[in-house]
Write a protein that binds this ligand. Sequence first.
Ligand SMILES: Cc1ncc(COP(=O)(O)O)c(C=O)c1O
Length: 465
Amino acid sequence: MSLLDKVYDPEEFRKNGHMLVDLLADNLQNNLNQKNDKVINYIRPDTNYERWNQLEFENPAAFFKEVINNSIQLQHPRYIGHQVSAPAPLAALAGFEGMMLNSGGAIYEMSAASSTLERVVIDKLKGYFGLDDGDGIITSGGTLANLTALICARNIKASEDIWNEGQKEKYAFMVSEEAHYCIDRAVRVMGWGDEGIIKIPVDDQYRMRAELLASYHAEAQSRGITVLGVVGSAPTTSTGIYDDLESIGAYCITNNLWFHIDAAHGGPAVFSEKYKYLMSGCHLADSITVDAHKMMMTPSLTTMLFFKNSKDSYRTFAQKAQYLWSASDEEWYNYGKRTMECTKIMLSTRVYALMSIYGMKIFETYLDRCYDMGRKFAEIIHSDSKFELAVTPQSNIVCFRVKGENTDETNALNRNIRHHLLEDGSFYIVQTVLKDKVYLRVSIMNPFTETTDLEALLNRIKDLL
Ligand SMILES: Cc1ncc(COP(=O)(O)O)c(C=O)c1O
């Protein structure tokens, strides 16, 4: 057998595929029943680099095992760190199928299943956001979706034809000071620099002070800057608190501004009877980013970008002046015209697999479980005199810290705790800084995290004091 015949041998693929699924299923089992005692086996980067350089593998099983062992275990109930899902196995399998077929893509012939399902998924979900007449795309990550939305807003709201002729005027978006850094980055990618992002202060709940929009807007205008839109966070990354979308939306409508909602994390609250109130006002948005790889259990990256006006979804990369745009340019099935990516991996199948096999209820069940657990954790923290909360959580993101007198010392203490936990590996949490105070930050992404796990975390922290 030639080397190429061996590489493409169907029996070899079958054998390795079964072996890999067995390894991953065992790993899932060991995570769920906590037989894996560590969530992360932290190795310093340079040591890990040396180690991988020296490793040699005689067979694929040894290689796959090493990758599993050297990876953080998101399916472990004590993984409560960054907002990345513990992928539902079926969604991961849909991802795997997409990798093997490799037929995502820019044009319909190359991606019949995934492009058609992209439309099906967007059409089935847009109504939950109140965007029944809208449309959307699926793309690789919230960062890219936010950039796409802001470019679209610029094309539509700016008075000059920036896409074709470049820009002469100065423009900006207004955004909460707590917004994710990718919004700041998107503005800089568009070449607007510091002046292009106007940061609106937050209140004591870390929510954008929507009542300040008018004065910041006027101040920008007095400096010759045209504000094109406002970005709301649903919720902010650090604290998990939702902006007041109704008020921001109303301001945008009154002032003819684009309203984008970065709902990368918490957009799926719309699927929950209990929590959809957090997204109220989202129907006022012109565009909404929702990461399925955060609160919809798909593997990374799987992001939906919804537009209120279906035509707008064709105008981000419009290389023609709008008056030349005709309905025939709107080929819904050639998604490459509407996404930053040309070749794109199959993304829609990951969401569709969950919707079609388990029903829409799965998204509500998952979100309710994680958000409920965030609130329970907050109650536990609140009743323990050793700890304080940054804010009462609205979602599955909880920021807390060990109480202390002196700010610098208390900051160092909390930083050290997070550092010890990382090296120890029995829990994975992260940290954030809010109003100059260091907080420990937890995102309950795993639906199998129990209150006993969270109590064990607090006990572990007390052991470190
Ligand atoms: C609110 C928010 N927006 C955008 C992003 C970036 O999304 P992605 O990592 O999918 O690019 C994140 C990531 O944590 C986020 O929390």
